[in-house]
Design a protein around this ligand. Structure first.
Ligand SMILES: Cc1cc2nc3c(=O)[nH]c(=O)nc-3n(C[C@H](O)[C@H](O)[C@H](O)COP(=O)(O)OP(=O)(O)OC[C@H]3O[C@@H](n4cnc5c(N)ncnc54)[C@H](O)[C@@H]3O)c2cc1C
Length: 402
């Protein structure tokens, strides 16, 4: 294959596909190509996440996450409705496990209101009217606009729409390296690209370095495992989440209602030893093992965000009975005999900032008039894809006209 394109997007996850769509809206006549190393769409985070459309109340008001989650949630909900995709508009409760958590719950509530999210602070009695199985102390937050989708179905619908909009999709084609200013070497031949957009998820940091970006960031991937329940659909009405620990970017083990009404527990967030460590030797890469596991070991010895405590707590959650114990603090009647099936692992493309030696909590965007790099597109990246991608397209437009 010898090909040329105006815009070349590396990575056909929800972000790469959404950026293609926003670029098409801004550049009707441009040629746009998406490279995806896998033969299918959504093989990584975009097809393996919780499938929750987050309302947007967890994120610091000045963050990009807050800027795009609320509108992204509404736009993704509309997208699912318009395209006849499955969506369960179940809503969500955030519950407290002790009086000590109430100030943090109230802080979250105020943050949500500042972020313009529709929320209510309800009493324990009101919470049980919303979800009879929810367990909370005094108060809970109710979010009516949180819902569930099938993330694989949504990602495939984005790919179909991209193809309908005359975007060239190249699955099973891997970016290998850069040659000179404009040539990209792939497993299927060279591509001449006017502008390169890196949306490669777990590999975005290393591709960014080929272009002189991402200097301060290194990958610290975290595996997320789910435990599926065999209760009949409809056994739980709403998602039930704990009050998260503000020190970490993860939301804690929660009880999620899937798009078809089943219950799943999780995900945990155990450190991965290499980028695509889905199970067994999957995606094994010796140099990544050296790099990623070595970084984890160093952080285990000393870190600015108590990585040791995080890693030990999360590793404990890889036990099914312990996951059930945690979920039982949120929801009553979780019978351990009905929670024995582990689901597919999803891996977060989490970055650590080498300047602060802390986890990056927001999206990281870097670029110039030749390339643009989307780093740390972690949760709620799926929810926000439609609003976030418009911002990315605008940024690229501005860089091109500077
Ligand atoms: C366990 C878990 C739970 C989550 N839950 C939620 C949730 O409930 N709600 C929510 O909003 N978000 C959630 N997220 C976050 C969400 O999944 C991500 O923000 C989003 O999927 C990121 O999309 P992406 O396109 O950047 O990444 P990806 O889906 O990983 O896509 C990147 C793509 O790039 C491709 N690629 C990589 N290297 C190359 C290369 N060299 N050449 C060509 N292609 C390449 C990969 O194959 C991949 O398909 C969760 C994530 C995880 C892991």
């Amino acid at each position: 294959m010898n090909k040329s394109t105006d815009f070349l997007i590396i990575g056909g996850g929800i972000i790469g596909l959404a950026v293609a769509r926003s670029l098409r809206a801004a550049h009707a006549d441009a040629s746009i190509t998406i490279l995806e190393k896998e033969p299918v769409w959504g093989a990584h985070a975009s097809g393996r996440n919780s499938g929750v459309l987050h309302a947007g109340f967890y994120y610091a008001s000045d963050s990009l996450k807050a800027k795009f989650a609320r509108v992204g949630c509404r736009r993704m909900t509309e997208f699912c409705d318009e395209h006849g995709l499955k969506i369960n508009k179940c809503g969500k409760l955030v519950v407290t496990q002790s009086e000590k958590e109430i100030p943090e719950l109230e802080r979250l509530y105020r943050l949500g209101l500042t972020n313009g999210v529709e929320l209510s602070l309800v009493s324990d009695d009101e919470a049980r009217k919303i979800e009879p199985r929810a367990r909370t102390v005094e108060k809970a937050i109710f979010s009516p606009t949180t819902s569930s989708v099938d993330p694989g179905e949504v990602t495939n619908a984005f790919a179909k729409q991209a193809s309908n909009e005359n975007i060239c999709l190249l699955p099973a084609t891997r970016y290998l390296r850069r040659r000179g200013q404009t040539t990209v070497v792939t497993t299927e031949g060279d591509i001449e690209a006017g502008y390169i957009i890196n949306a490669a998820g777990l590999h975005a940091d290393s591709i960014a370095r080929d272009y002189g970006f991402g200097e301060h960031y290194q990958i610290l991937p975290f595996r997320g495992l789910y435990l599926y329940g065999d209760e009949p659909p409809g056994s739980l009405r709403v998602h039930v989440y704990p009050v998260p620990d503000p020190k970490y970017p993860f939301l804690g083990v929660h009880v999620t209602v899937t798009v078809d009404g089943h219950i799943k527990l999780g995900p945990n967030a155990a450190p991965a030893l290499w980028r695509e460590q889905y199970g067994g030797g999957d995606g094994f890469n010796a140099s990544e093992l050296f790099d990623v596991a070595g970084r984890s070991l160093k952080l285990f010895a000393k870190s600015n965000f108590d990585f040791r405590k995080l890693a030990l707590t999360e590793l404990k959650k890889t036990s099914g009975p312990y996951m059930v114990e945690l979920a039982s603090q949120l929801v009553s009647g979780i019978d351990p005999h009905l929670y024995r099936r582990w689901g597919r692992v999803g891996i977060r493309a989490q970055l650590i900032d080498s300047r602060t030696e802390k986890l990056a909590t927001d999206y990281v965007l870097e670029g110039d008039d030749r390339s643009f790099h989307i780093l740390n597109a972690v949760s709620p990246g799926f929810t926000s894809a439609l609003s976030f991608s418009e911002y990315v397209a605008e940024k690229i437009g501005a860089l091109l006209t500077q």
